[in-house]
Every structure is written in structure tokens, then in C-alpha cells.
Design a protein around this ligand. Sequence first.
Ligand code: PLP
Length: 428
Amino acid sequence: MFHNSQLLFERAQRFIPGGVNSPVRAFKSVGGTPVFMQRAQGAYLFDEDGNHYIDYIASWGPMILGHAYEPVVQAVREHVLTATSFGAPTALEIEMAELIISMTSNVDLIRMVNSGTEACMSAVRLARGYTGRNKIIKFEGCYHGHADAFLVKAGSGLATFNIQTVPGVTPGVAADTLTAPYNDLEAVRELVAAHPDSIAAIIIEPVAGNMGCILPESGFLEGLRQICDEAGIVFILDEVMTGFRLAPGGAQERLGIEADLVTYGKVIGAGLPVGAFGGKKAIMEHISPLGKVYQAGTLSGNPLAMIAGYTLLKTLKEDPSIYSSLEQKTLYLKKGLTEALEHSGVPFQVNQLGSMISVHFSKTPVVDFATSAASDVELFKRFFHELLKRGVYLPPSAFESWFLNNALSLEDLDKTIEAVRQSLKAIA
Ligand SMILES: Cc1ncc(COP(=O)(O)O)c(C=O)c1O
């Protein structure tokens, strides 16, 4: 069933570290051979062996309307003929900035970059430059990309591979990154009290997606907002996953919370490499060339990436029914999953908000990294492979949110639920 993928993986390992260009893709935590993909259309992935899958990773978030969404394909096709890159400003970048600002309530200025990592890294540098302070607080199990400052008790691939400390991250950098458990306001208060006037920023995923999907408890984000206001700390919401996914205005709109700085990635580029960070003018005007906090990029604002992202975001802005449709589909899946899991007798938790959902095999509610890590990862591995055999492609890790896309039909969801039932029987 995976013959060609196996051959390709063997070849890839001769030239690419671990055979992949991003670690979780290697299937190391679930075992087996990574599936090499050939093409994608709508809700489906097609591999090199002629198998196809119902896709629940959506390229780890971006493909919210499904793969090869025709208006995006058409726009990129037209634009590729004009230029692939100028390295000079374009009108399209202004349109993109105006569109994003019109979709958010608290972004006055926005800078485009090429990835979520760059966005978060730049936002933290800006917060440090603005406040003149060095330390940041992040949350255990949250992932903000692979910049040095974030590789302390991080989620996503680091949680997947159980990497606690990353060689190459200097002790000096690590010492400036303080961590608290997700949903633990008291721990944050203690850190702030222990480091007076030293904390530049609190950065958080407003809905965590890198330790499975974990929701902020009522009052948690509001509490962080208050702590930041009281202590002069820049509040950064990392909306790389949640931006334009949970609502046109992201988690900020969905949860009614406002940050000082926001970071974006994934959906903002419709599958092309894009990130962005933006926020209040008083902070953003410290960025170069207005201010002295340097930040730059040869391909930032790339015309192909801009037209792809702009086309997708405009659709999302103009048709908010997309979000209710996505949510209905996710709730339908949640109901089916829950029934199948209850019937199987395995302990489980299903966490969901909007079109983000995940299953932890655990008796206790999953509210932070410790409770996520305590779930039965071995069972997840078998569950993953049984579903893969049945044509359902989940993230190859127990520590990642699943993402629904709006190209999924009810029939796809029913097929998925049936595959889940059969998979649970097989691993019982
Ligand atoms: C919440 C969050 N922030 C930042 C990043 C980093 O984005 P990128 O992989 O585009 O560098 C990710 C990637 O998964 C993410 O989920």
C-alpha cells in the first residue's frame, strides 16, 4: 500500500536530514513510513502509491477552504506572469495590509514576513525593544516556531519527540524565557512578581493547538490581559493557528480579547509561505525603518504569496457563513467521534473550538501540557495507523490539533466516523 512512499523515504534520507524538511512529517512518533504526497484537491490528499485520504491537517492549518481552491489557484496563475518577486514595494502589499486591518479591531500597522516563526520572533524582539526589558513568559506546550527563545518547554514537534532542552539554544537565551503551565494564572502572577520590571512580553496561543487542541479556561486570557496592563508587559497573541480560522478576526474576535501585538501565519498565506505581525501603532512604530528595532526580509510581501493570501482572506471576510459551516461540520464530527469512542470503552477527551479539534486518550480533562502528556500516546499511534489504512489522514502526532477544511462533505465526515469505529475495534 505504501511501496513508493517507502522507496522515496529511503532516497530522501540519503539527501535530507531524516528524509524530511520539518521533523513531525517523519512519522517518528507514530512509527512507520511517512506518506509521500503527490497532489491535493478539495478535502483530499493523493499519495505516490495511488491512495487517497480525507485530510485533517490542511497543511497544518492554511487550507481552510480545501486544497487547490479555484480562486486562489487562478489568482496565482495570473500573477506569476507579472513577477515572482520585486524586492520593491507593491500596491498589492497595501491592499493586503488594509484587508487584514479591516478584519481586526486592534491592528493599526502590520508587517508581512515569510513564516509564523519569523512573525513571533519579530514580535518578541519588538516587545523587548519597546519595553527595554529582556525576559518573556511563554506557556508549557505552546509552540511559537523554532526561534531560540521559544524552544523552552515547547509543544508541537518538541513535545512529539519529548525534547526538553534543545542543543544550540544558549543558556543565556533560555534564561530569558520563563514558562508557566497553560491555564494557570497564579503561576504567571508569581513569575511577574519574582521578576519585577524585567518582563517584556507574555506570548500565548489563545487556543493552544500544539499539545493537541486545548481551550483557555474562562477568565484566563482576560487575567493575562490584566496582568500585562498592570505590569507594563506587551501582551502577544500568537494567532498563527487561530488567525482567520476561528473567525474572520481570529481568536481575538471569537473570544473577545485584545492583544497589544498579534502574530499570523498559515491561513494568511493560503498555502504559500507567509506570516505577519501587527498591533498598536505606539508599539509598531518602533519597527525599522520608522524605529530602531530592525526587522527585514528579501522575500517579505512576495507578490505570489500576497495574491494567494489576499484572495483567500477576502473570501473569508465577505462570506462569514464559511465559519458557521466549518463549525457545524466540526460539531458533527465531534458528535460522531464521541459516540464511537464511548462505544469502544477507551478513556478519551475531545477538545474542540471552531474548526480545531483533537482526541486525547485520557480519563482526565486535558487543560495543559501535563494533562496532555499524560494521555495514552501508544494508543494514539495505533489509532493513527488504523485510520491511515482506512484513508483518513490525521496529524502524525498525539500533540497536534486537527484542522477541518470547508471542502469536507457530510459524506466525508460519515466515512471518517465509520473509519474511527472500525479503527477503535481493531485496536481494542
Ligand atoms: C501557534 C504557532 N505559532 C508559530 C508557528 C510557527 O509557524 P511556521 O511553522 O510557519 O514557522 C506555528 C507552527 O506550527 C504555530 O502553530
